[in-house]
Design a protein around this ligand. Sequence first.
Ligand code: FES
Length: 154
Amino acid sequence: MLSAEEIHEIEAEAQHYPTREAVLIDALRIVQSHRGWVSDDALRDLAEFLHMTEADLDGVASFYNLIYRKPVGRHVIHLCDSISCWIEGYAGVRRALAARLGVDFGETTKDGRFTFLPIVCLGCCDRAPAMLVDGELHVHLTPDNIAGALEKYA
Ligand code: FES
């Protein structure tokens, strides 16, 4: 069941859109901000609230990299794996991140601190390689500077 707070926030966002369906990405984000991820139960309740099928809503939720359909760690790292980052040293950064975290893409560290995921081009190719941590952009990554970039995420 959606909470009163979630419903209030979704209704407030819905004012900015012409149809109820148009608010679905924001609605997914709102639910995720309250729960950390979007479970099957949350998806079912949200679909009902938006008058959509679960399958349609799941299709959208699964398409967007920033909507999580499985539990994630306290912080989420999205490492860009598109072409400019590949050219500028993505492979070394990925290896260094995986070694430092002890996990690979799709996994969460044992202490629940980080989930490590790939993402498509972040739109800052001139500063590649790049990653997001909780939506915050980090650029000009190297195997040597990633530890510093991660430090503040406790
Ligand atoms: S390819 Fe990585 S930011 Fe564009």
